[in-house]
Design a protein around this ligand. Structure first.
Ligand SMILES: C[S@@+](CC[C@H](N)C(=O)[O-])C[C@H]1O[C@@H](n2cnc3c(N)ncnc32)[C@H](O)[C@@H]1O
Length: 160
């Protein structure tokens, strides 16, 4: 699939260092193995590699749930993929499910749930601190999942 302006690209350098960037003209990514001109990415294919100015390979990949979580903005502790995998399997979360997420925080768990429930599912996320909702909303919007989530600024001691 070709990379387009505005796409988010997971860049994996040949030594294992990684970055998550948005493709924008006039922007460049500085790394310890050289720079990458992000304006040169449109038209390249996901899965290809390009060379940094230092002559090192940089693989251009589509970010998945795990890359999104490891590179997300966060204001709280988050649930990490190692635990997420177990939780999601135990809950048997699948397409079209309607799920409650208690303690939205920065949105890692919520994003993973929203991804699994699909376009026809819904996640109802409760959070009692508004400043965390602001961060989580930005993350979910960036991942293209915000429309699957209903966010409530509410302490769950008041019920669901
Ligand atoms: C560790 S963070 C959650 C991390 C989040 N699930 C993630 O994966 O990014 C815990 C969150 O739960 C919220 N929280 C704790 N008790 C709550 C309650 N009674 N009602 C609503 N939110 C609560 C906190 O404000 C905090 O944002």
């Amino acid at each position: 699939m070709p990379i387009r302006e505005g796409d988010r690209v997971y860049i994996l350098l040949e030594d294992g260092r990684d970055y998550l960037v948005r493709v924008e003209q006039g922007k460049s990514l500085g790394t310890h193995l050289g720079n990458i001109d992000l304006g040169e990415l449109p038209g390249r294919e996901f899965g290809e590699y390009i060379l940094t100015t230092g002559g090192k390979r940089a693989f251009l990949l589509q970010p998945g749930v795990v890359e999104n979580i490891f590179h997300m903005r966060r204001k709280t502790q988050i649930v990490y993929p190692k635990d997420l995998g177990y939780i999601l399997l135990m809950l048997d979360v699948k397409e079209k499910d309607r799920v409650i997420d208690v303690g939205l925080g920065s949105g890692a768990m919520c994003g993973a749930l929203a991804r699994l429930v699909g376009e026809e599912g819904k996640v109802y996320a409760y959070e009692r601190r508004e400043e965390f909702i602001v961060v989580a909303k930005r993350n979910l919007e960036e991942w293209g999942l915000l429309d699957r989530v209903v966010i409530r600024l509410q302490d769950i001691e008041e019920g669901f």
